[in-house]
Design a protein. Sequence first.
Length: 120
Amino acid sequence: MNTTKTKVCSSCETQFSCGDISVENKCWCNDFPPIFNLSEGGDCLCPVCFKEACEDKIDAYIETLTPEKALKNKAATLPKTENLIEGIDYYIENGNYVFKSWFHLKRGSCCGNDCRHCPY
């Protein structure tokens, strides 16, 4: 069931593969949070531009949150994902994973570990 297509990024004009490779191997974009409406993005973006767009949209959303609003945030209700994405869920500092606000918001509550980017 190879349904991949070669597309051209509407932002940087780079060619990339888009689509499901098989029932088990979905398109790379399925690893990202479902935070865009189809009408917002126009056509597909390449992996680099799509990641940037996700980071920008998540950062803009996080800026609107207070600790009170974080308790009822939209990220906690999104489908759970298997893979963490560097730059969206975490970054690496001195060899250590530092979880970003988005990672904490997806969990839905404070873990009590006094995390640097805890939105709660």
